[in-house]
Design a protein around this ligand. Structure first.
Ligand SMILES: [Zn+2]
Ligand SMILES: [Zn+2]
Length: 245
């Protein structure tokens, strides 16, 4: 399903879905530019991300250029450590703390995607975290063969994990994991040991939406229900939200 079609079906999700559309556009453009120009210089990659950020979010390029100076000045290298962008001190003139955090999350996204290599097979079994970028994941697909594939919200890597188990504390006792379903049968798996939850969906959902992050967003109401009950989402969704009130 295209994002526009989902918006027509679920107009109450228009704002997060439109925002996701932009982030997706940004990531795809950056990937394309990177491949086309065959860049290996880190500064050139930073340029690409800033240029596309300015285009997609319709912010004049001169207004985002200060970010490049801030990044270079800070000594952080987002190409090697995309996480490092999140703690960048942005001295913007008319920008609030929340806006700055949101902006840095969006900017970090293409760098996470750059980390991932096509065909990478590594699983989430060892640490429960993404083996490519080290992020916790809160989203999984259950395949027709009843295997669980975790999906990294940042770099997009997919890898297998225990069918029944909490990726945060490794509790594998099925009586200590509670399942909650929404009306589309997208599931929240609640760990009664550490209060972490992940959401999982079946391959049928995947066939319908063709995009795990879209499934994560259409089931936002499920996050709200589960978080009201005190369960914790350990990683942000594709638009940078972790606490969904
Ligand atoms: Zn990752
Ligand atoms: Zn747990």
């Amino acid at each position: 399903m295209k994002i526009e079609e989902v918006i027509n079906e679920k107009p109450y999700l228009r704002s997060p879905l439109e925002f996701y559309g932009k982030i997706k556009n940004l990531t795809e453009q950056c990937k394309k530019d990177k491949e086309m120009l065959n860049l290996d210089s880190d500064t050139a990659l930073i340029d690409i991300v800033l240029k596309n950020f300015s285009l997609v979010f319709q912010i004049p390029y001169e207004s985002v250029l200060f970010l490049k100076d801030e990044i270079l000045k800070s000594g952080k290298n987002p190409v090697k450590e995309p996480h490092s962008l999140w703690t960048l001190q942005v001295q913007g003139e008319e920008i609030s703390k929340e806006e700055a955090e949101r902006m840095l999350f969006i900017l970090s996204k293409p760098f996470f995607v750059f980390l991932r290599k096509e065909g990478e097979q590594a699983s989430f079994m060892d640490t429960g975290k993404c083996p490519v970028c080290g992020t916790d994941s809160s989203l999984a697909m259950i395949t027709e063969n009843n295997e669980k594939i975790m999906i990294c919200p940042l770099c997009g890597h997919r890898g297998s994990f225990f069918r029944i188990g909490c990726p945060y504390c490794f509790n594998k006792d099925s009586t200590r994991i509670e399942i909650l379903l929404d009306d589309e049968e997208i599931r929240a798996e609640l760990c009664l040991e550490c209060n972490t939850y992940i959401k999982s969906f079946k391959e049928d959902h995947y066939m319908k939406y063709r995009d795990p992050f879209l499934i994560d967003l259409v089931s936002l109401p499920l996050d709200i229900v589960v978080q009201k009950r005190g369960y914790i989402r350990r990683s942000p969704n594709i638009i940078g939200l972790r606490t969904i009130a």
